[in-house]
Design a protein around this ligand. Structure first.
Ligand code: PHE
Length: 459
């Protein structure tokens, strides 16, 4: 059997457990872990953010990831089709809407994702050409993103690479690359985080990141942790339904999904350890301000780490290369799932679907990219374009998409049928937890989060 999904019409299978785990991990591990998680953890409370995140992954994330894979495998469909079939009868309209929402989210994410992928590209280029000191300069990052032509160039390059790989149909090759890349990424992350946490002054950062302190808690801590959990695990956006549909019956759903969760979370924590202690060690009096730096955090702190260490140029090249590869495996999953929605639901050919996705990426991504430069004066509900798309997808659309999945499972599929699908192959040890989360905790929690995040944005 083929390891990777085959996008040309007939539904192929992952060869075994490793196939699903690799594809799901390739899509899960990306900029979300290395770029997004550390800056959110730094900004929204450190240890308390981490604690809430871990609890959410183990309960809510777990229930979602199992639901989606099971739904995919039992229907053999991608999200729109799965919702359409399972949601027949009362409330069909709502479920169709839910299916489409799941399918549309990747289209909103992949453009701005590619903007950040472009930043990674730029940094890799700087390290390759010897700019170790230059990139560590305080104003390097802001100068770069506000220079519209340059930011746009790297964004377009990243987009073309993503689309090019899909066109060339060499995703299989990419999966093979990611099989080597993932262990390397872990290894490098371990080395750099050890270096980071042993810098003078870094211990304070380690404490800030690892020890929960309720004084740093705010409602936004929960809201953001939940959005991050969706984002990082690639849930509530249809992708795992699609992957589930390629999963063979003899593969254990519970076993492989927990592998993905553990791996994804481990990388996020390592990234936190690379970046947050460095804030305390390298930014001196600016530490408090830098903790709140937001999306720029990784691009400001990592260069300072490499600048201070021997072999910094080499370290920078390897680091940004690995991050770039992780970002590309994710952007491919995003763009491809967008394209396959157009193919499956609108009957378009693969070529047309891919071109339309490329055009959407270039248009919406340019708004996000130029939003730090020539379009800097335009704000949507007080946000830059990039922040806005990030907010719209993670804090508004994904909670609704997740809600639709919960309701579908509870009222249409039934938790017992999910359990049946899960136990076809292997155990369902956390079945009680699953039932409780999907029936009560998740729907209630989602509603509260959704309302509060919208009030927050407009308040
Ligand atoms: N989970 C990816 C990350 O952490 C982003 C992503 C989201 C990829 C959705 C695919 C689908 O970077």
């Amino acid at each position: 059997g083929k390891e990777v999904m085959n996008m040309n019409n007939q539904r192929s299978n992952f060869s075994g457990k490793l196939g699903f785990v690799l594809a799901a991990a390739g899509s899960a591990v990306g900029l979300g872990n290395i770029w997004r998680f550390p800056y959110l953890a730094a900004k929204y409370g450190g240890g308390i953010f981490l604690l809430i995140y871990l609890i959410l992954v183990a309960t809510f994330g777990y229930a979602m990831i199992v639901s989606e894979s099971a739904i995919g495998r039992m229907t053999q469909k991608s999200p729109v089709g799965a919702f359409n079939i399972l949601g027949k009868g009362k409330g069909h309209g709502f479920f169709c809407f839910g299916g489409w929402l799941n399918a549309i989210i990747p289209i909103i994410i992949v453009p701005y994702y590619s903007v950040i992928g472009g930043w990674v590209f730029k940094y890799l280029w700087e390290y390759l050409t010897g700019g170790v000191h230059r990139v560590a300069d305080d104003s390097f990052f802001s100068d770069f993103i506000s220079n519209s032509a340059s930011a746009e160039f790297w964004f377009i390059l990243f987009t073309l690479v993503t689309i090019g790989i899909i066109f060339a149909g060499v995703e299989n090759g990419i999966e093979r690359v990611s099989r080597i890349m993932m262990p390397l990424l872990v290894l490098l992350a371990v080395i750099v985080s050890i270096y980071s946490v042993t810098r003078p002054g870094a211990m304070e950062g380690v404490k800030y990141f690892l020890i929960p302190d309720f004084a740093h808690f705010s409602w936004m801590t929960i809201v953001t942790a939940m959005g991050q959990m969706f984002y990082s695990l690639s849930i509530a956006m249809g992708i795992l339904i699609t992957f589930g549909s390629y999963m063979k019956k003899e593969v254990s759903i519970e076993g492989s999904t927990s592998n993905v969760e553990i791996f994804d979370t481990a990388i996020a924590i390592l990234a936190g350890l690379m970046i947050i202690p460095a804030v305390f060690a390298f930014s001196g009096a600016d530490a408090a301000a830098n903790l709140k730096a937001g999306p720029s955090l990784m691009f400001i702190m990592i260069p300072k780490v490499f600048d201070s260490m021997g072999l910094g140029q080499f370290g920078g090249i390897v680091f940004f290369l690995l991050v770039l590869l992780a970002a590309i495996t994710s952007s491919i999953a995003l763009a491809e799932s967008a394209a396959s929605t157009f193919q499956d639901e609108l009957g378009w050919g693969r070529r047309k679907a891919t071109i339309v996705v490329a055009v959407i990426m270039l248009a919406l991504g340019s708004l996000s990219s130029l939003g730090f430069g020539v379009l800097g004066n335009i704000k949507i509900i007080g946000m830059d374009f990039l922040d806005f798309f990030d907010f719209l997808s993670n804090s508004v659309m994904m909670p609704i998409a997740a809600f639709a999945i919960c309701i579908l499972v509870v009222y249409k599929v039934g938790v017992d049928r999910i359990a049946e699908e899960v136990t076809v192959s292997g155990k369902f040890r956390r079945r009680k937890l699953y039932n409780f989360v999907i029936r009560y905790a998740a729907p209630l929690f989602i509603i509260i989060i959704l309302i509060s995040s919208i009030l927050n944005a407009f308040g």
